[in-house]
Design a protein around this ligand. Structure first.
Ligand code: SAH
Ligand code: SF4
Ligand code: F3S
Length: 455
């Protein structure tokens, strides 16, 4: 590859929002090297797959994509063009060298903690011709490297990673192995990034972390700051109108954070608080280290300060040893809590995790039946929540063009997608919308023209 000529990069992102953030940062570190982002692998000199290892299916997708890329790379070579292929993210971290053995077409393997070195890895690969595998957990702080590269505001909403890694070691989960030990960025670094995004036109930020509410970054006052304190600080930034955060662990939901939901109007009434299962026996085997009642009490407390909060969660069905009775307890918990939205998965054994070694694996058929029942219930709750908004006026941040001409799509405070005939309203404005219709996945409404519009 001619490193001096303009080059094109295509980044495909799998997995969680932290990967979305990382993909954007990869774009940011490559831009000064002359890389322009394109939306198709076939047009790219460099293709990066930013991968996810959380479930088997997620990891396998990467290898099928690499099979397709091998053909594309041959076609481009036949036309006299190079194509470098890089695998980044959590599969890269978990499998390292194995990726190059299984898919020799891969030029660079780079873990989530070292992708700021991408330009250097690419030039090493181009110089030596040998595949590069870089999966260390370096002592240097990758985030400090991004300060040199201004985050590019791509939309009116943006993610900001504030915490990374995990020390909790749930028995099913690969994250502590792929993302390493828990780490929090300093409050000053996060604030500076949010300020730059606000300057670029961002109105809503979502703070990210595998355990975002375990945040304990250094504050400018020399103290360790909690997430609640960080939210309060960020809410003072002019231009930032909305703040969200994800994903939270029930054990780290402290009183300060709960109270911010009651007192700070910029903190949106939406909380992703996974419990995974509704049986104490299963929670113990999962190493979640709290009980179902702890969770129920926590939800009651949060609802006491913010009664309208939309709750979301994650569930795993068919964890090793889960009986029919255990599963019924999960269904009962879901009925008791009432979720506005939630994710649910079949347990997927992951290499190197304790639960994968259990002799009590649940039959695939049982997992499928349980997932079907749980998802039917969760869909019903989601629809009910959305329908409860019909007739109400909600503040909607307009984010992008809708399906039809003249329509825009935005998000309600509860993170629902809202379709609205825009009239004169623009992307980036927060408008009041009278909700007229509700489906499982979105709301439709009319602009309230009489109401005050911010913008
Ligand atoms: N830190 C978050 C979860 C991050 S992983 C928390 O503790 O809640 C995102 C979700 O993927 C998890 O909440 C879990 O529901 C799911 N997940 C993780 N490992 C899994 C596995 N081995 N099989 C199925 N689902 C899994
Ligand atoms: Fe995985 Fe558990 Fe850590 Fe969440 S808290 S990232 S589920 S180990
Ligand atoms: Fe997947 Fe890694 Fe995120 S395993 S869910 S991309 S932290």
């Amino acid at each position: 590859m001619n490193l001096r000529a303009p080059k094109r990069v295509f980044i495909k992102t799998y997995g969680c929002q932290m990967n979305v953030y990382d993909s954007e940062r990869m774009g940011d570190v490559l831009a000064p090297e002359g890389f322009e982002a394109v939306d198709e692998a076939g047009k790219a000199d460099l293709v990066i797959l930013n991968t996810c290892h959380i479930r088997e299916k997620a990891a396998e997708k990467v290898y099928s994509e690499l099979g397709r890329l091998r053909i594309l790379k041959q076609e481009r070579a036949a036309n006299g063009h190079d194509m470098l292929i890089a695998v980044a993210g959590c599969v890269a971290q978990a499998e390292g060298e194995e990726i190059v053995n299984r898919a020799p077409v891969v030029d660079v393997v780079v873990g989530p903690q070292t992708y700021h070195r991408l330009p250097e890895l690419i030039s090493r690969r181009t110089g030596t011709g040998a595949s590069i595998v870089e999966t260390e957990f370096p002592t240097e702080d990758k985030f400090s490297r991004f300060v040199e590269t201004k985050p590019i505001a791509r939309s009116v909403t943006a993610f900001v990673t504030v915490q990374e890694g995990c020390d909790k070691f749930c028995a099913f989960c690969v994250v502590p192995y792929t993302r390493g030990a828990e780490y929090s960025r300093s409050a000053a670094a996060v604030t500076a990034e949010a300020e730059r995004l606000a300057d670029g036109g961002v109105r809503e930020i979502t703070l990210l972390g595998q355990n975002v509410n375990a945040y304990h970054g250094d504050g400018p006052d020399g103290e360790s700051w909690s997430l609640g304190r960080l939210l309060t600080q960020l809410s003072k930034i002019e231009g930032i109108e909305r703040i969200r955060y994800t994903t939270s662990h029930p054990r780290d939901m402290d009183e300060e954070l709960i109270e911010v939901h009651g007192s700070n109007p910029k903190v949106m009434p939406y909380l992703h608080l996974p419990i995974q299962a509704g049986s104490d026996r299963v929670l113990k085997a999962m190493n979640r280290r709290h009980s179902v009642m702890d969770y129920v009490r926590l939800i009651d407390r949060i609802r006491s300060v913010r009664p309208d909060i939309a709750l979301s969660g994650d569930f795993i069905v068919g964890f090793p040893g889960e009986t029919d009775e255990d599963f019924e307890e999960t269904m009962a918990l879901v009925r008791r809590v009432g979720y506005a939205q939630a994710y649910s998965f079949k347990y997927s054994p992951r290499p190197g995790t304790p639960a994968a070694q259990s002799a009590e694996q649940v039959a695939e058929e049982t997992k499928s039946e349980r997932l079907e029942r749980l998802q039917t219930l969760l869909r019903k709750q989601q629809l009910a929540f959305n329908q409860s908004c019909v007739g109400r006026a909600l503040e909607v941040l307009l984010e992008k063009p809708g399906r039809h001409a003249g329509q825009l799509v935005g998000r309600s405070p509860y993170l629902q997608a809202v379709h609205v005939d825009a009239g004169g309203a623009q992307i980036g404005q927060i408008v009041r919308v009278h909700v007229e219709e509700a489906g499982v996945n979105s709301l439709t409404g009319q602009l309230d023209v009489s109401a005050r519009q911010q913008g």
